[in-house]
Design a protein around this ligand. Structure first.
Ligand code: PHB
Length: 366
């Protein structure tokens, strides 16, 4: 067991990292709006954050298929052009000695017919919509419950996307099972009212996450597969009656069947999209204690860097930073040397060009 601490080495898959400061998956919406191909700006953005090497970057959530969501500017991993675009990104990261995992995304009900092929109705576990309007100001739509024989097609889309990711040079893939997207819509009790083998009991609601994990592991290897989960999250109306039992079962199954996954990534219950630090009576200790292997925790640490250092020393976790990694391309070395951080500008988080994307200065430049 390696020693604990943010600047202690750790092995992820077949890679030895020099530190445990991780680039969190962050939607930035700068890919081509029609083709969803990443471009030279992505190459620069991820390359900058590869720093002096030895780190782990996780990409922004990336559509596994044309049906997976297609927010304007989100990247994809289903077409040849997308794979070619990503190859330049992975090369830039590897040239600087870091590694990068691709986050595999299907948003389920969190999209609109207008964005989907042939104006298809969004799909989910059950025909239950998110309340109100989405972050684009559009009214959320009622999705269609996936037919049981469509579930295998969905799993196949994850497999193909994972293979495409490996072809594009990624060191692994992270299955996005968090934050109210399709896998999470199957897990949580309030969004899954199915009466087949994918609904009802905890075992049934966890089945899709486990089947996708199994299929991706078989396709690309266990050391190249990871998963992200968010127990206790209420983002996009998620609610589960028994979060400790639900995700406890899921993590136990992952531990029993896939203990060699590259990592397990969990979102802190206190996480919010607001600028102020959030709080929660819950934490992830129960799941970390079951998992015992590389564990990434994300959410709220940028507002509390001292707390992050202490947390990593206490638990051995890797810590994913979002907002402050956006604003500080050299975040790992700034944290290690206790240098001041650039402030972030929320107005340039989503969409647009280089401003707020690739123009944040290194410490020496500031
Ligand atoms: C977003 O696009 O706002 C987004 C994407 C993925 C997440 C959370 C939020 O996990």
């Amino acid at each position: 067991m390696s020693s604990k601490g943010l600047f202690q080495p750790i092995r992820i898959g077949n890679h030895d990292l020099k530190h445990r400061v991780v680039l969190a998956p962050l939607t930035r919406l700068r890919a081509d709006p029609d083709t969803h191909v990443p471009n030279d700006k992505h190459v620069q953005y991820y390359g900058q954050r590869a720093g002096n090497g030895g780190g782990l970057l996780i990409t922004e959530a990336t559509n596994i298929s044309p049906m997976a969501g297609r927010y304007p500017g989100s990247p994809g991993i289903w077409s040849k052009e997308q794979i070619e675009g990503w190859k330049k990104v992975t090369k830039a990261v590897h040239d600087r000695g870091s590694i990068i995992f691709l986050q595999l995304w299907h948003v389920g009900r969190a999209t609109h017919a207008a964005w989907l092929p042939n104006n298809a109705q969004p799909v989910s576990a059950s025909a239950i919509s998110i309340s109100g309007d989405d972050t684009f100001g559009l009214a959320n739509e009622v999705p269609r419950a996936l037919e049981i024989d469509e579930i295998q097609d969905l799993i196949n889309d994850y497999v193909q996307a994972a293979k495409n990711g490996i072809e594009a040079g990624f060191d692994g893939v992270e299955i996005h099972g968090a934050n109210g997207y399709i896998i999470d819509q199957f897990i949580n009790s309030n969004t899954n009212q199915r009466t087949d083998r994918y609904g009802g009991s905890i075992e049934n609601r966890a089945r899709l996450a486990l089947e996708i994990t199994d299929a991706v592991v078989k396709a690309v290897g266990i050391d190249k597969t990871a998963i992200r989960l968010s127990p206790f999250s209420d983002f996009q109306d998620m609610y589960d009656e028994t979060p400790n039992d639900t995700w406890g079962y899921l993590v136990q199954q992952l531990k029993a069947n896939y203990p060699g996954l590259a990592y397990l990534h969990m979102v802190e219950p206190r996480f919010t999209f607001e600028d102020s630090a959030g709080s929660s009576e819950h934490n992830l200790d129960h799941f970390r204690n079951i998992w015992k292997s590389p564990f990434i925790i994300a959410g709220g640490f940028g507002h509390d860097v001292t707390g992050a250092v202490e947390h990593a020393e206490k638990t051995g976790d890797l810590i994913a930073f979002g907002r402050f990694f956006i604003a500080n391309p050299d975040l790992p070395s700034r944290l290690q040397q206790k240098l001041p951080l650039n402030a972030y500008n929320r107005a340039t988080f989503y969409g647009g060009g280089a401003e707020g994307y690739t123009d944040y200065p290194l410490y020496e430049e500031a």
